[in-house]
Design a protein around this ligand. Sequence first.
Ligand code: SF4
Length: 509
Amino acid sequence: MNTAPRTYEIRTYGCQMNVHDSERLSGLLEAAGYVRAGDTEPDVVVFNTCAVRENADNRLYGNLGHLRPVKDGHPGMQIAVGGCLAQKDRDTIVRRAPWVDVVFGTHNIGSLPALLERARVQSEAQVEIEESLVTFPSTLPTRRESPYAAWVSISVGCNNTCTFCIVPSLRGKEKDRRPGEILAEIEALVAEGVLEVTLLGQNVNAYGSGFGALAAAPDEVRAMTAGGESAFAGLLRACGDVGGLERVRFTSPHPKDFTDDVIAAMAETPNVMPSLHMPLQAGSDAVLRAMRRSYRQERYLGIIDKVRAAIPDAAITTDIIVGFPGETEADFEETLHVVREARFSSAFTFQYSKRPGTPAAVMDGQLPKEVVQERYERLVALQEEISWEENKKQLGRTLEVLVAEGEGRKDQATRRLSGRAPDNRLVHFAVPEEPVRPGDMVTVEVTYAAPHHLVADKPAPAVRRTRAGDAWEARQAGTAGPQGVSLGMPSIGRSAQADTPVPGCSAVS
Ligand code: SF4
């Protein structure tokens, strides 16, 4: 009888929420005795799906079709489908692809190992979808991709109703984690060597609204907001008190909840990094109204001005949808106007993609593809110009870079290493004489600016070896301790299989 542990592979699509969940799925399977397949053909393939793009369904069923003959040739292979498309399509998936063994939803990722076992024992497909969150994903076992950077989920779900978005119907209303739990997780991560965390939520700056009325909120939330600040501002300040935590980031905030106290907390908490990702989606008030985004151009630009006044070297990025139903040329000009005013360091830009089941999908004024394509190209060209101009302002600056793993595709050829500056800009730098590891910090001077990255080719004046570098080295040597099975978070870098995850809720276009 074959006693070798069964192997698994997870294919992740969509946003950071899914990247975060995939690390939980890895942790769950490893806690149940599975091991990563690596380069061998896996015994279990798990699809963690995204329902955002119009062709998301076609892509899933295409991949399942390709896998059928592989499964036929691999006795005991199992296929599982989870994520937003599973939450939406449910048993349709096993009807269209009867060779799928398990379908599970966004609210019950913890049930995967049991469902795989039940499907195996009963030789029958298992479909289990919950309507609301069973277990907060952060309490589940995990296998983190990175030893030096981690995501910390502070809330799941969303209370907004943007007309192009399917997330609220698939991930439910916002649920917030208790601050004490979040901070305990961060402290445990730092103890393992992590020095950068990203607070993760569909709408991070709405954090606290999930507790309902303040009077009924847990004591720790009321204590955190006693000074009149929002719970999110309080959480950022509390992260400032975590010893050994060098960098705090967050994604994705919503402009309607972006209050002055959050800007003050960012500016006054030293380990909160000067980088802000704030989805704009569109510049025209008429389009923002049709999107039900509950803010207008003036407020959005007002926030940008306040952030720049309080944090002059902040890098601000955004998400923009082009071609929303009913968008006129004048509306699009408003988007270009905001882009010129806001001077984003970079932007995720999307062509509107109809999502069945959303109000926008049945709106009048759906635009022809060629009109959307032409506007999209104009927007990308303008943003490319601005990104480059903003990067050129970094020339001569001295930056401390967190050395990253897998962020420099050309590093070997260019004899460089790569990492992230405090404002999250990507920096490729000359290999220092002193050996450095991912997780270490290197001080460099910017010598060249490209549209999407910076280069530092002078010898690095300083290298700071960190506990995060030690943790990375220990993992390479296979001597890393158990990763606090119930505490890890996803990586900052892209996981091997993920397609282009985009921050926060911008994956909904
Ligand atoms: S776009 Fe973002 S804020 Fe709007 S409903 Fe979707 S997840 Fe929520």
